[in-house]
Ligand binder design. Structure first.
Ligand code: PLP
Ligand code: COI
Length: 341
């Protein structure tokens, strides 16, 4: 089957692979790792994940590299973020070692689906933790299922490193200041569907969120963090309602290494006017340059890449630095990469 895949033209979508890996939490403990070739899961109709959204997911990638090795980017960081989500919505924490062991196992079992280096595509790894125990009252489950599947993916936005237009959304909030925005729970994404549809219907690539309380500060760009660049400084929002992006954390480190200053602080929307470059970053988005951000309410348009021009220099440097580490073309100074045996 793999020989028929058109690797260079993959979209960011689901494609069946050979195996997924699973682990159940029952009677207060995580069980053995199981391998399954079924794409289905069989759960109780009163499972807490179905009624009360007690579920979390993660997203990371494996890359086939020019030296022939397979590299996985920062799986420990995803394990830790999942643990933070677990504390946030009362699910049992999966130990980092078990998470990483399962990630490696599912990648190995589906090796034939890891796209070739030249294609620019990668293997997306999707861990999912759900409350499977039955409850009718609003209470946490006592049984959980952790499953990881993988699927080969192309770029999240068409065209890869190419500037896209975004639109500011004020009439829907993705998450509240003291809500679940810092956790990777499905409810945040359900809350984003309408805003995302509105953005697409208006002809934009993605919706752009401001803080829910004051609608004054920049929060996130759809399913990616925001960064702006000016005066050799990488500026990214500090907010209690955005997902702590592992890509963004990595870019902050790389920006410093490239000689930039890094600021993590509230960014008033008007400050967009002053940025020389802007981008969205995340596992799926990698670095996606923002061409312009339209604010239809104030009739302002913040332009970062003019029609026919190429995205800015710092963003490309950051993109290349990150890609070089992910593909093993540069030294992995920070031990971010897990190389498969
Ligand atoms: N923000 C949101 C809402 C996301 O869904 C994601 C994707 O995971 C990100 C940011 C980027 O996070 P990361 O870089 O860890 O993939
Ligand atoms: C990711 O970047 O991993 C995401 O989770 C984005 C989206 C597909 C939810």
């Amino acid at each position: 089957m793999s020989e028929k895949i058109d690797w260079a033209n993959l979209s960011f979508g689901y494609m069946p692979t050979d195996y997924n890996v699973r682990c159940y939490f029952r009677n207060g403990a995580w069980g053995e790792i199981e391998v399954s070739s079924s794409e289905s899961i069989n759960i109780h109709m009163a499972a807490t994940c179905l009624h009360y959204g007690q579920e979390a997911f993660e997203g990371l990638k494996a890359y086939r590299c020019p030296d022939g090795k397979i590299r996985i980017f920062r799986p420990e960081a995803n394990a830790e973020r999942l643990q933070s989500t677990c504390r946030g919505i009362l699910m049992p924490e999966l130990p980092t070692e078990k998470f990483v062991e399962m990630v490696k196992k599912v990648v190995k079992l589906n090796e034939r689906f890891i796209p070739p280096y030249e294609s620019g595509a990668s293997l997306y790894i999707r861990p999912l933790l759900i409350g499977t125990g039955a409850q009718v009252g609003v209470r946490p489950a006592n049984e959980f299922l952790f499953v990881i599947f993988v699927t080969p993916v192309g770029p999240y936005f068409k065209g890869g490193f190419q500037a896209n237009p975004y639109v500011v959304i004020r009439d829907y909030d993705r998450s509240a200041p003291l809500g679940t925005g810092v956790y990777k729970v499905g409810g945040n994404y359900a809350a984003s569907l309408l805003a995302n549809k509105k953005a697409h219907d208006l002809g934009y690539s993605c919706e752009f969120y401001l803080d829910a309380k004051e609608k004054k500060y920049i929060d996130e760009a759809g399913a990616a963090n925001f960064f702006g660049i000016k005066n050799n400084t990488y500026v990214t929002p500090l907010s209690t309602s955005i997902l702590p992006s592992i890509t963004n954390m990595s870019l902050m480190t790389l920006a410093e290494e490239l000689g930039m200053k890094v600021e993590r602080r509230q960014i008033p929307i008007e400050e967009l006017e002053t940025f020389e470059e802007a981008g969205a970053c995340g596992t799926a988005a990698v670095i996606s340059p923002i061409g312009r951000i339209d604010d239809l309410d104030t009739k302002k348009s913040y332009v970062f890449v003019k029609e026919g021009e190429q995205p800015g220099g710092w963003s490309k440097k950051l993109y290349d630095s990150l890609r070089d580490i992910q593909y093993g073309r540069a030294a992995d100074k920070h031990n971010w990469v897990t190389v498969m045996d």
